[in-house]
Design a protein around this ligand. Sequence first.
Ligand code: GLU
Length: 480
Amino acid sequence: MDEVRTRFAPSPTGFMHIGNLRTCLYAYLYAKKAGGKFILRIEDTDQGRLVEGAVDVIYRTLEKAGIDHDEGPDKDGGVGPYVQSERKDIYIEYAKRLVEIGGAYYCFCTKERLDTLTGEGGIKKYDKHCLNLSKDEVNARLQAGEPYVIRQNIPLEGVSEYDDLVYGHIAVPNADMEDNILIKSDGMPTYNFANVVDDHLMNITHVIRGMEYLSSTPKYNLMYDAFGWERPTYIHLPPIMKDAQRKLSKRYGDANFEDFLAKGYLPEAIVNYIALLGWSPKGNEEKLSMEQLKEQFGVDGLSKSPSIFDEPKMRWLNAEYIKAMTPSEFTQVALPYYEQSEVKGKFDYDKLSKLLIPRTEILSEIPDKINFLARFGSYDISMYEHKKMKITVALAKDILQGALPLLQQQSEWSDEALKATLSSYAEARAVKSGQVFLPLRLAITAAAVTPGGATEIAELLGKEESLARLKYSLSLLENA
Ligand code: GLU
């Protein structure tokens, strides 16, 4: 069997839609699972829509997502160029061949004439007017430099059929299809033509793309057949929805890969999550690395019903990736957030990471979770009152006064060692451990809610700072 070759063919829009990234990922996984090649092709024939720097967004996205193409504009595999605007001559050559064999024809109709066409049920359809021009007339008009397009010649009768690996048997009556433009008046091909020529010349064996192309594919197949080329295998993918009615979209600001990165999602978690949007692994494990995805991916796990993008689930998965990190790994990804927080430069970042790893879902939560560390100062001592735990301001003062000398003597200033010291202190005083830990946490943070308990935060603050804060709080309590 031929080597499996898949491709990702984005248009450079300056924006990587989550749906496109999923298409890309599936095409990549499909090729890798089969030991084949994954090709990147840039579809930039719509010159009116070109966006500065947009191709860089594509490279950057693939790199961040861990998707490694085997061939593309930057990696020649011998079937290039891999950028459609550099392939103009190739399309013209093949379009002319298609004209010669009757699969296409020159059309000189003006916009004014096209505007007068009315179709059945109000749907405008080209009426094959120029199909009837004689060869001599066509040549004369071409020679005279008249503007033209080249259109596909679709038979008026019959049905075009194929089998899609996800959607099954697709059959479209030829009468329902239009003689679409293949070469525009600027000499550029349309998607309708370029995808066929490129997929054939690049030896693509499996075409994996969004289902918006499902019903145009019979038209493309007519061209494969006319040229005598082997059709590729098709795998069309269902859309990703925001909810039951709406597609995920740029408009709702919820569809861009880089926006999710900026919100503090890890690229591995995004990729893992979108792999599950339309594909189900055989086992129960949902946290899957790229290597595992490559091993497990298969068409039989693909669904044809649209999937709903569930951000809370992606947050959960992101938290799972964070929990699997070491403090220094977490510090690397959290660094920009540490640096923009109020604690910038004030604490050992790896220790901060230890505190945050079990408590962070997405990285952008970090500043809010740690700013309290830098905000210690005067506060209202009624904060110590806790009815449920039977803590009064007087008890808190008493407990903290007794704890101070023990903490001053404490030589090993770690979470575990401090926990041991304070637990036996609570036992000796015959109070609940919470009646020691809670007042102490308030005394060294002055914050009602903090990530982490008293001893974890004490370890992070260090002995000197913890004791200074405790003494300050005792002075507030004692002067009350
Ligand atoms: N440029 C097309 C798009 O971005 C590619 C479709 C395809 O994969 O064939 O939708």
